[in-house]
Design a protein around this ligand. Structure first.
Ligand SMILES: Cc1ncc(C[n+]2csc(CCOP(=O)(O)OP(=O)(O)O)c2C)c(N)n1
Ligand SMILES: [Mg+2]
Length: 384
């Protein structure tokens, strides 16, 4: 049986049917707003993959299928809470008010995409985190600080199903229980960790069972049901703010895309499995539900599709108009006091960029003689 069909915390099933009464907070206008966010982030996702394919973005992790959990998380958090994301969190960041350009910058290799300093106006959230599960340890530190400050604020950290096998995750879970800190863990259980399926990732029946060993509450929820996700995240955050402890939420979903644009999932999973998973995806079911409630129409949909394209296009234009950062900026953002070895590496990078730029200039002056050179400067590699 597809795990996405199993009984778990759920309000709207994959046919768009209510399986229990909506919670009091779930007005139709709020759900329609969430639906619009989900469509917008999927529009962005398609565009980002296309930009990578045409060499305008580096490796990109699609979040196809995780829109419901992301939008629920981003909207359930209060501005004063702290969000500690991983790399597959564009929807949550969008709902949290982070501009799409940040995501483009990050995956385009521009260090400014990791600048989430408060004076940039992006609350106190942490930037994208690619090293698996390390963000969980940062989240423990953040939540411990929030507890000490005593302002009834919470932190929320996300990770993948594969990340739950790492010591960083388990140690963080343990600290959260031992220290009773205001921290919510959300696992995006999309059934795959690159090519490793959930079935061999862990012997636990549910990943939320890992909460038991840490002495905190664990819950498994339908991560493709916006309402169920929103509901459990709201409750877990409220509990955390009231000093009643941490929660581990396992959001069941499916990675409908390749792991990243550098991956080809057809090499390790069947087309049948993928087609079956599409029946549970989050956007269609919410749309069906809203239409049945007469809270969404064909005209609304047409307008939304148009508007989403415009918003995404505008973000892409902003990104492409940015002055590229010099290649050594990677060193400058990371190290306040680089040692001699690092300074040598930094010089090597600068000199290489200068050579490439000189070559590019020569080939532009004599386009027929040197065009097609392997070392042609591509976007993001320019040195000023
Ligand atoms: C510390 C570390 N080890 C290995 C990797 C390589 N890596 C990148 S993604 C990934 C799998 C993660 O799977 P999961 O936690 O399920 O997240 P998903 O990508 O499915 O959202 C691995 C092993 C890494 N980024 N960091
Ligand atoms: Mg995964």
């Amino acid at each position: 049986m597809n795990v996405q069909a199993m009984p778990m915390h759920r309000f709207i099933d994959h046919h768009g049917q209510l399986v229990r009464p909506l919670p009091p907070w779930a007005s139709l206008s709020l759900l329609a707003a969430c639906y619009q966010d989900m469509v917008l982030t999927r529009t962005y996702d398609n565009k980002a993959v296309a930009l990578q394919r045409t060499g305008k973005l580096g490796t990109y992790p699609s979040h196809l299928g995780s829109e419901a959990m992301g939008i629920a998380i981003g909207r359930a958090l209060q501005p004063s809470d702290v969000f500690i994301p991983y790399y597959r969190d564009l929807p949550a960041m969008w709902a949290r008010g982070i501009p799409l350009e940040k995501n483009l910058q990050y995956w385009g290799g521009d260090e400014r995409g990791s600048d989430f300093s408060p004076d940039e106006g992006h609350c106190r959230d942490l930037p994208f985190c690619v090293p698996i599960a390390t963000q969980c340890t940062h989240a423990v530190g953040v939540a411990a600080a929030l507890k000490i400050q005593g302002n009834h604020q919470a932190a929320l950290v996300t990770c993948g199903d594969g990340a739950t096998s790492k010591g960083d995750f388990l140690e963080s879970l343990n600290c959260a229980g031992a220290w009773n800190i205001p921290l919510v863990f959300v696992i995006n259980n999309n059934q795959w960790a690159i090519s490793v399926p959930r079935s061999i990732q862990s012997g636990a029946e549910w990943l939320s069972d890992k909460a038991k060993g840490a002495g905190i509450e664990g819950i498994t929820v339908d991560g493709n049901d916006l309402v169920a996700m929103y509901d459990v995240v709201l409750h877990a955050l409220d509990k955390a703010r009231k000093g009643k402890g941490a929660t581990l939420i396992e959001a069941i979903s499916y990675r409908l895309s390749d792991h990243t644009t550098a991956d080809d999932a057809s090499r390790y999973r069947t087309d049948d499995e993928l087609q079956d998973a599409w029946r549970y995806e989050p956007i269609a079911r919410l749309k069906q539900f809203l239409e049945a409630q007469e809270a969404w129409s064909d005209t609304d949909e047409e307008r939304l599709q148009q508007r989403s394209k415009e918003v995404v296009e505008q973000a892409v234009q902003h990104y492409q108009a940015l002055t590229p950062q010099p290649p050594e900026s990677g060193f400058d953002y990371l190290y306040s006091q680089p040692d001699a070895d690092l300074l040598r590496q930094r010089d090597t990078v600068i000199n290489k960029a200068l050579r490439m730029q000189a070559k590019q200039t020569r080939s532009e002056q004599a386009p027929h003689s040197e065009s097609g050179s392997k070392e042609d400067v591509t976007q993001g590699g320019k040195h000023e």
